[in-house]
Design a protein around this ligand. Structure first.
Ligand code: C2E
Ligand code: C2E
Length: 183
């Protein structure tokens, strides 16, 4: 039987679900660890972790500015020249759908290589590896990234319809109010 302290502990383990977007490396690793170790969540169904290596000519910091998670629980960080995403409750078969929602360009244009983990054990093993990364190898986001994350919807005036990106038309009046009043 659960006593109140256990409930508090279990509830606190669901906190990472409240994160969204870019997280410093340590925070990212802790959040993913809390998810995979949470016995309240379905076994091997916590989500998908994916590592994306940018094509030559695109720095990982630049790729991060294109990464705009919408769903609370979708988090991203940067390691040694790779973007690391954790998409909570995303199924592995839906990974491309989710990535299409998150990036405004086809991911094949931005990234040359991807690695995917979705079982608890795989993620736990990779986490051990991730935590050995020395701090000087961890990239820092460009100053604009935090702002971009907050304003992503306003900066790109387009929406994804499931297959491709379409601009959202904006109505324009050819005559300004001033012109109308003077005529
Ligand atoms: P949220 O999960 O944090 O998602 C925020 C926004 O990300 C959504 O805003 C939507 O624009 C986008 N998004 C997230 N997941 C998906 C997805 O699987 N497919 C698509 N096409 N878009 C996605 P939206 O639609 O205004 O929803 C606001 C909030 O309402 C969501 O926040 C979530 O908490 C809840 N919600 C809406 N629809 C559903 C649903 O079908 N299932 C669940 N569990 N929650 C939903
Ligand atoms: P799912 O989470 O089971 O969602 C199934 C469908 O419910 C979605 O199909 C979408 O039509 C609707 N839906 C779910 N949540 C939301 C929401 O917050 N807002 C709106 N407007 N609709 C919602 P869809 O978009 O084809 O996605 C299929 C699957 O792909 C999702 O299954 C999920 O596993 C994954 N996925 C898609 N987008 C995201 C995302 O932004 N983040 C994550 N973590 N997974 C996503």
């Amino acid at each position: 039987r659960l006593v109140p302290e256990d409930i508090t502990t279990l509830l606190s383990m669901t906190q990472p679900l409240k994160l969204r977007g870019y997280q410093p490396w340590e925070v990212f690793c802790d959040a993913v660890a809390n998810m995979v170790n949470n016995p309240l969540l379905p076994p091997d169904g916590k989500g998908v972790m994916v590592a994306l290596r940018p094509v030559p000519g695109i720095r990982v910091e630049q790729a991060l500015t294109l990464c705009r998670p919408n769903r609370v629980g979708d988090i991203v960080s940067m390691s040694d020249n790779r973007l690391m995403l954790f998409l909570s409750f995303c199924r592995v078969n839906d990974l491309d759908t989710a990535l299409n929602h998150i990036f405004p360009l086809p991911t094949g244009d931005i990234f040359s290589n991807r690695m995917v983990w979705f079982e608890d054990n795989q993620i736990a093993v990779e986490l051990v590896q991730m935590r050995t990364l020395s701090p000087e190898k961890v990239s820092k986001p460009l100053p604009a990234t935090a702002q971009n994350n907050a304003q992503a919807k306003k900066i790109i005036n387009a929406e994804h319809d499931g297959t491709s990106w379409r601009r959202i038309p904006e109505p324009y009046r050819l005559l300004s109010d001033a012109t109308e009043q003077s005529s």
